[in-house]
Design a protein around this ligand. Structure first.
Ligand code: SF4
Length: 746
């Protein structure tokens, strides 16, 4: 039952001397899922945060991370003034300076490096905060004039691959339909309850990933949806599923192809949709024939009967939706897994139908702001210099595995300056954490912008800029519609000011104006936001005044109505107007246009000799209830729930290695080792262990070599660079090998 909105249409009001501001969480810390917040504040202090019942997306619900926001905002360890390094790198000696001095230093170093090595020698690297993606690109392209912008982790293995592939194969981003396109949600008469939801490599009850909330699934289940869950771990959803497919990590493409095989060979596909709207069906059918359930049982470790049962259940359910996690991208055959998964909703006619997988394009306008904003301003000569551009034409950003090598070797040309915004690659997503550190240490100048001192900032920064949290900034939640998430446009509304912190938007605009005044013509952030909102016909203030989120008209079956293509004709906005089951463009650039399975580079099958020494499959990266990747380790209330890093081990495996629940254990392979606490659980296969990622310890000494203990429990010490897939996207974060042993007194 929804709570009542006590102040409909208002974005800020007073109650008993306390100010209440309606806003959303759309940037660090915590998440970027745009849940609605009511923030209680007085005298520039946040007193508490509650869920906003007027946000249909979250209906008043919040998870621990947002409830803890007051502790984050006013934490004594917040960075509050720009800091300039005065000792050696990693020594932890800093001098507070003014923003003007900080900007002056950046300009001086930028000009020097640009003059000596060219603008392409500057690399801009960002984290996952949604608000910074478009403006960070703008700073790189228009401000620094460099083509090298990316996230610093192997294979760009987060949402980037799917954001690249879906616009090619079907024109736009696509998501499971849980009624989120409508403000009246589950009551909307156009929406249908999915008969089946296939939850694949995803635990949305814990992670609430990327604007998809776990509670929506529970609401669907209450209304009759049945689940198929594909996961190496028995999650809560897996325990509620009709079928749980306990997959060997990294073999998703094989499973999806086997399901396609069953669906096609048993005639369970949607013949009318396939004939009228898809391209490449016969080729897909031939490819899928290679993946029989018998063969795929051996690859995935899932009994063939279960594969067949799941394929039939998904295909016979009308409608059926698929919700999938980034585990797809965090395996080397990720692009193939994405192609195969899309083929499942394509051949079963579950695309853009109520309760299926919907194309999240509103009918009124395309995208705000453009993806990779400012890229068109680069000269063609500079565009050609993008690191990895020749090797990986599919990747529009710098390719991080090649970038890391360029930072270390100066080839194909020197990289001399790193701009790292809201990202902590040494502790979080950087593969081979020590190599990541070495690459940053090789830079002449490193700027880190963040909320807290992190291992990355401590180890590598010459200059640290203090960044505002989600409650300290004016911004818009309006992310590239064409390529990314569904969702209503909303404003993020500033509640308090902490120290001299500035929002990412302020930092980039102020610095951009100094670097290239013509490229940043806006007087202030509000003017820049107004510019970005032009297509909506609303200014920032008008949008904010309306209080509630602004939903845009949404229609199903847009491909039938001419609502997807730029020319207004029926079909899809793809190279031939069809939904692509086989991708001609991929073939043109030397990639396989069809999905296929590629064994992980290190596994019991691809490297049997190595696997004798490292016999367990290592998977990583499942999300925590109270922590978002490497964030929130400073917050006592959240650390109480997650005091230490955890590795899940099957009871038989634990017994074999003499490990008890709660023991500290080493997880190690040929690259390195880290220690975590054993959680002995039958939820995981006895041949697999799962280790948490993102661990560092703000309570430990900051200066090197400790760097807040970042190399003690960091599972990415075992994950390499250089094993990206053939497209340059996706890397085997979730499907390596390891061995385990109890930590002795050593
Ligand atoms: S999912 Fe949780 S952390 Fe993310 S915005 Fe929503 S309440 Fe906040």
């Amino acid at each position: 039952m929804r709570k009542t909105d006590t102040h409909p249409g208002e974005w800020r009001w007073e109650e008993d001397g306390v100010t209440i501001t309606r806003t959303i969480a759309w940037s660090g810390p915590g998440c970027h899922s745009q849940c609605g917040l009511l923030v209680y504040s007085k005298d520039n202090r946040v007193l508490k945060v509650e869920g906003d019942p007027a946000t249909p997306y979250s209906e008043g619900r919040l998870c621990l991370r947002c409830l803890a926001l007051p502790k984050v905002v006013h934490h004594p360890d917040r960075l509050t003034r720009p800091l300039k390094r005065v000792g050696q790198r990693g020594e932890g000696k800093w001098e507070q300076i003014t923003w003007d001095e900080a900007y002056g230093l950046i300009i001086e170093k930028t000009r020097k490096i640009q003059a000596q090595y060219g603008p392409e020698s500057i690399a801009v690297m960002m984290g996952t905060g949604r608000n910074i993606w478009h403006i960070g690109a703008k700073l790189a392209y228009t401000g620094f004039g460099t083509p090298n912008v990316c996230m610093l982790f192997s294979g760009l293995s987060c949402y980037a691959p799917r954001l690249r592939v879906m616009p090619i194969t079907q024109g736009f981003f696509c998501v499971a339909d849980c009624s989120q396109m409508f403000p009246d949600r589950f009551d909307n008469p156009a929406w249908k309850v999915p008969e089946c939801v296939l939850v694949w490599g995803n635990n949305p009850l814990v992670s609430n990933p990327d604007s998809f909330m776990g509670w929506w699934l529970v609401e669907c289940m209450k209304r009759g949806s049945k689940l198929i869950v594909v996961d190496p771990r028995r999650t809560w959803l897996a325990t509620k599923a009709e079928t749980w497919l306990q997959i060997r990590p990294g073999t998703d493409a094989a499973l999806a192809l086997a399901m396609i095989n069953v669906i096609i060979e048993e005639g369970l596909y949607d013949k009318e949709f396939v004939e009228k709207w898809t391209f490449g069906f016969d080729k897909l059918r031939e490819r899928a024939r290679q993946y029989t359930p018998d063969k795929v049982e051996k690859i995935t470790w899932i009994p063939k009967e279960k594969i067949i049962e799941a394929a039939r259940f998904y295909a016979n359910s009308k409608p059926a939706a698929i919700q999938w996690g980034v585990g797809f991208e965090q395996a080397n055959s990720g692009i193939s897994s994405i192609l195969a998964l899309q083929a499942l909703w394509g051949i079963t006619g579950n695309l853009d139908v109520p309760g299926g997988n919907i194309i999240n394009k509103p009918t009124t306008f395309r995208e705000i702001p453009p993806p990779l904003w400012g890229r068109q301003e680069l000269s063609s000569e500079l565009k050609k210099k993008r690191i990895g551009g020749k090797e990986y034409p599919l990747v529009p950003m710098a390719q991080p595995d090649i970038l890391i090598d360029a930072m270390l070797t100066g080839k194909p040309y020197p990289i001399k300056m790193a701009w790292i915004q809201s990202s902590n690659p040494i502790a979080c997503m950087g593969a081979d954490s020590k190599k990541t550190l070495q690459a940053l240490e090789a830079m002449d100048f490193v700027v880190v912008a963040d909320l807290f001192m992190t291992p990355t900032a401590m180890a590598a920064a010459d200059l640290i800029l203090p960044v505002s949290s989600a409650l300290e900034r004016d911004a818009i939640r309006a992310e590239c519609y064409e390529t990314a998430w569904w969702g209503p446009i909303r404003t993020v509304n500033k509640v308090v000011q902490v120290g001299e912190c500035k929002s990412d938007e302020e930092i980039i605009l102020e610095l951009g104006k100094r670097l290239n005044p013509e490229g940043f013509p806006w007087k202030n952030v509000e003017e820049m936001l107004d510019f970005l909102l032009q297509a909506t016909g609303k200014s920032f203030k008008e949008l904010r005044e309306q209080g509630a989120p602004r939903y845009f008209p949404f229609e199903y079956r847009k491909y039938e109505k001419g609502l997807l293509r730029a020319d207004g004709k029926p079909g899809f906005e793809t190279e031939n107007g069809k939904f692509l089951l086989s991708v001609p463009y991929f073939e043109k650039i030397g990639l396989d246009g069809l999905p296929y399975f590629d064994e992980p580079p290190e596994s019991p099958f691809s490297t049997p000799e190595l696997a004798k020494e490292y016999p367990l499959v290592l998977t990583t990266g499942a999300r925590h209830w109270g922590l978002f990747s490497s964030e929130q380790r400073q917050i006592p209330e959240l650390r109480e729930i997650h005091p230490n890093p955890i590795t899940e081990i099957h009871p038989e495996t634990a017994e074999k290695y003499g490990i008890k629940d709660g023991d500290w254990i080493w997880i190690e392979n040929m690259r390195g080792k880290c220690k975590q606490i054993a959680k002995v659980t039958a939820s995981i296969d006895k041949r697999v262990v799962h280790a948490q990622h993102g661990w560092w310890f703000p309570e430990k000494p900051g200066p090197a070599p400790s760097l807040f203990g970042v190399f003690e429990s960091n599972i990415n010490l075992l994950v390499p660079y250089g094993q990206q897939g053939p497209s340059g996207y996706c890397a085997p974060y979730r499907c390596g090998i390891c061995r385990i042993r109890k930590v002795q007194e050593e």
